[in-house]
Design a protein around this ligand. Structure first.
Ligand SMILES: NC(=O)c1ccc[n+]([C@@H]2O[C@H](COP(=O)([O-])OP(=O)(O)OC[C@H]3O[C@@H](n4cnc5c(N)ncnc54)[C@H](O)[C@@H]3O)[C@@H](O)[C@H]2O)c1
Length: 466
């Protein structure tokens, strides 16, 4: 059933139409009255008539606030009629994002959007390249590669990209910068969820929980044994963090009560403001590998961090160490990790992220008892995914209004065409070029309120703030 809710042009789904002999089940809801104005199965001609009825019954302003389910006509007259109804900016949403974000887009009255109506299957590349043609804004998730090919397909109308992720390794930042396209992303709202999951993964790996439940279920549980299923504990340990950003700090805060003895970290340079909060010592990457009982990877995936966790790093780690990665799969050389785990070079690994995703079930890492693999779920809590969706929607709307986004990635090209990026709300933001710190950004005054404590951000609040 297609639900037509206030805001964006109504479009039935071609697949369903085809399965239904060209007729499409449709509900047009008058949101103000919360009743269905029309419900039934309609063909394209009938839908045109319904739209005509709607337009005669409602004032223009109201009409522009009519959202129509984000499903698309394949072609033809109806599409044309719908286009003519509105001059609102066009937006393509590459996934069925959680309801908070969709509601914000719908209720804004500011855009007409179409979305890939599935959460299970990413939009096929070919379809995406078609759908982005002429759009003003794009709301994407991390499965979509936003590169020169896509930006060429979109054309010069495209001014804003909003990704529902804090990671931006799927975006070709140089291309975006070159074309003057602004980028919104979703830091902070997911920090708690990711930190919590990282702690869960660490404990599951170090205390061998997955192996243990398997043994209990499959008859391996004999008598109580002195060294059976022993693991490694956090008390008195040294925890090393590679990339002490928001998530790294949040993880350390959660691990401290486990009586960790010492936190150390490696980054592109010391981060004293953040390190102070968790009493962490800055060390080189080599020292991080050598000293850590638990090595947690929390850095962004960039050209500099690609496969930074490789044979060289694993060979310096203790054979009692636990390696945890909840950043991006690309920071790890998986062949080297397999080697380190299978030869006992390190004790165990917990991965939330891999290359590729999904990791094929035949992958050698799945054969190892000392490797716990999760399907990229670190931010997967209902409240966080809704907050990410809301923030991504608001970033997009603000960008289209040429206002400062709530969370915007500022991009500046260096002479060597490496990019600079910084988050203007970060307390100790530094401007970096190719991993080198080259200065501090000019701060734009912005309310440093936690979006989490305020609940999902709403556009109206940000209007006041900006
Ligand atoms: N598994 C998931 O579902 C999930 C969810 C959210 C975020 N993430 C990943 O976590 C990453 C970190 O998120 P955050 O909010 O803490 O970002 P952040 O920007 O606050 O922290 C990233 C840290 O990595 C550091 N870094 C960058 N290049 C480095 C290098 N060459 N060597 C060492 N450190 C380097 C940065 O200086 C920074 O301190 C994201 O980029 C994202 O890829 C994964």
């Amino acid at each position: 059933m297609i639900s037509v809710c206030p805001l964006v042009p109504m479009v039935p789904e071609s697949k369903r139409a085809a399965a239904n002999g060209g007729r499409v089940p449709l509900a047009v809801r008058d949101k103000q009255r919360t009743t269905s104005a029309f419900t039934g199965t309609y063909d394209e001609g009938e839908i045109c008539k319904l739209l005509a009825m709607l337009s005669s019954r409602m004032a223009l302003r109201r009409l522009q606030r009519i959202a129509v389910a984000p499903l698309s006509f394949t072609s033809g007259a109806t599409t044309k009629v719908l286009r003519d109804m509105s001059t609102l900016p066009r937006v393509y949403v590459t996934r069925q994002i959680p309801p908070e974000g969709l509601k914000i887009l719908q209720d804004s009255g500011q855009v007409q959007f179409e979305l890939w109506d599935s959460d299970d299957v990413p939009v096929p590349r070919k379809e995406l390249l078609q759908k982005v043609k002429g759009v003003d804004g794009l709301l994407c998730v991390l499965t979509e590669k936003i590169d020169a090919e896509l930006l060429d397909a979109a054309g010069s109308n495209l001014k804003v990209i909003s990704t529902m992720s804090v990671g931006f390794d799927h975006l070709s930042l140089e291309e975006l910068k070159k074309r003057g396209i602004r980028v919104g992303y979703t830091p902070e709202v997911l920090t708690d969820a990711v930190a919590e999951l990282t702690v869960a993964l660490l404990l599951a790996t170090s205390r061998r929980l997955i192996e243990a439940t398997h043994e209990a279920k499959t008859g391996g549980w004999g008598t109580w044994r002195t060294l059976w299923l022993c693991g490694y504990e956090l008390a008195n340990s040294t925890v090393g963090i590679l990339g002490l950003g928001r998530i790294g700090v949040a993880i350390a805060e959660r691990l401290a009560p486990f009586k960790v003895n010492k936190f150390i970290y490696a980054d592109v340079g010391p981060r004293p403001e953040l390190a102070k909060a968790i009493n962490a010592e800055y060390v080189t990457l080599d020292e991080l590998a050598k000293q850590s009982d638990f090595l947690l990877v929390c850095c962004a995936l960039t050209p500099e961090t690609k496969e930074i966790c490789n044979k060289n790093l694993f060979s310096k780690m203790k054979n009692t160490s636990i390696f945890i990665n909840t950043s991006r799969g690309g920071v790890v050389n998986q062949e080297d990790l397999y080697e380190a785990l299978s030869t006992g070079q390190i004790a165990g690994a917990g991965l939330d992220v891999t290359v590729p995703e999904p990791l094929p079930t035949s992958h050698p890492l799945f054969t190892l008892k000392n490797c716990v693999i999760l399907p990229h779920i670190a931010s997967a809590s209902y409240s966080t995914r809704n907050a990410m969706s809301a923030l991504a929607a608001n970033n997009l709307l603000l960008g289209l209004r040429r206002q400062p986004m709530i969370k915007e990635l500022k991009l500046t090209l260096c002479s060597d065409s490496a990019f600079l990026h910084f988050d203007r709300t970060s307390a100790d933001a530094r401007v970096r070029c190719g991993g080198r710190e080259v200065g501090r950004p000019l701060f734009i005054s912005y309310p440093p309120l936690s979006l989490r404590s305020r609940g999902p951000a709403r556009l109206e609040e940000e209007e006041e703030a900006s």
